[in-house]
Design a protein around this ligand. Structure first.
Ligand SMILES: Cc1cc2nc3c(=O)[nH]c(=O)nc-3n(C[C@H](O)[C@H](O)[C@H](O)COP(=O)(O)O)c2cc1C
Length: 345
């Protein structure tokens, strides 16, 4: 069963959600510098780990004091072995992935496929529970599809099997990101289980967080795309106010990521190639930043701000460049970064 002190580990936290690619070590460090105290690995496939693969995904930086490893798998004994490996590599907590929607994972019966098999899900949690004394969370979705909503059932199965917390992404597997997260159902889970629920979905601003805190009993939160679009979101959420760094300040943040990525991947030709790949990938999210105001937030409610199309930022060429989604502009930003041809370089 869940243990009180391990449950406490998950109370009143605003954590960086697990993210494949986006949760790379240097990006987690950047978010940590902006106040993301709780970080998590990208999804690690238990069977690969047990066979000796995926070890780089277990690495974390010494500043990541509350770093967890997220595992996905469908065989309880394999997941249990993977849990032990993650613990040996210094994980502070374990998260089990029951939400991954990717066809490749679901077809193999792991990730979100297990939402349709609550008993099996429980067996996997029980095996993980038996394998470690670390705090143990699970991450679920509302259900597999809109006509198979069963989050209270899967959450309860996980808790009965020993999970100390339940992360709930407020969408189904089939919804992907087409609609705003359903916090009414997240609240239903929070009302039903005796452990902390980590609410997840569409937290982009301090107003989103305040609304969820006021309207639900959820006290802990996972932030994913908000962190990818603006790593400073954790400071905003902590301070309860928008920061809205201007273009020169955002160049400085991009340079900081570049430095952290060079430190991690290396700054020789091979390392720089990888840094570039990640940097361009992140630009695909960074350019979506828009200085949303409380008025924007109220005008779009109850839909999430990201469902709305941002007005174009016009007039300031630097702002226009940083808001561009054009891959050619992203190349330009990369070259300017290398050339130190930007404000504050
Ligand atoms: C690029 C990307 C990668 C993700 N990878 C994972 C993952 O490895 N494991 C996981 O549980 N969820 C993953 N997610 C889902 C997020 O953790 C989160 O549940 C979802 O994005 C909803 O939160 P948000 O509205 O704050 O973005 C990923 C999301 C994104 C955008």
């Amino acid at each position: 069963m869940a243990d009180a002190s391990r449950c406490d580990f998950f109370r009143r936290v605003v954590a960086m959600a697990p993210m494949a690619t986006g949760g790379n070590l240097p990006y987690r460090r950047l978010c940590r510098e902006f106040g993301a105290v709780r970080t998590c690995s990208e999804m690690v496939l238990a069977h690969k780990l047990v066979k000796g693969g995926d070890r780089p995904l277990l690495r974390h930086h010494e500043t990541e004091t509350d770093f967890g490893v997220q595992l996905a798998g469908k065989h309880p004994e394999v997941v249990a072995e993977a849990v032990k490996i993650a613990e040996d590599h210094g994980a502070a907590f374990i998260d089990l992935n029951f939400g991954c929607p990717i066809d490749l994972v679901v077809r193999k019966g792991a990730g979100a496929a297990l939402l349709r098999r609550p008993a099996k899900l429980g067996e996997i949690v029980a095996a993980a529970r038996a394998a470690t004394g670390l705090p143990l969370s699970v991450k679920i979705r509302l259900g597999y599809s809109a006509d198979q909503i069963n989050c209270v059932k899967t959450a309860s199965a996980a808790v009965e099997a020993g999970a100390d917390a339940v992360g709930v992404h407020g969408r189904t597997r089939n919804q992907r990101y087409r609609m705003s997260a359903d916090w009414r159902l997240i609240e239903e889970v929070a009302a039903a289980v005796p452990v902390p629920v980590l609410g997840n979905g569409d937290i982009f601003t301090c107003w989103d967080l305040a609304k969820r805190r006021t309207e639900t009993r959820v006290e802990s939160f996972l932030v994913a795309r908000g962190a990818l679009i603006k790593p400073w979101v954790f400071q905003e959420l902590g301070e309860g106010r928008p920061l809205d760094p201007d273009a020169p300040a955002r160049w400085k943040i991009m340079r900081r990521y570049f430095e952290l990525a060079c430190e991690h991947f290396g700054d020789d030709a091979k390392g720089l190639e990888r840094v570039k790949r990640f940097f361009l990938w992140h630009l695909g999210f960074w350019h979506r930043h828009y200085p949303w105001t409380r008025e924007d937030f109220l005008a779009h409610a109850p839909e999430s701000l990201l469902q709305a199309r941002n007005p174009r930022i016009e007039g300031d060429p630097e702002e226009e460049l940083l808001a561009s989604g054009d891959p050619a502009d992203h190349e330009r930003i990369w070259v300017r970064l290398l050339d130190r041809d930007h404000p504050g370089a």
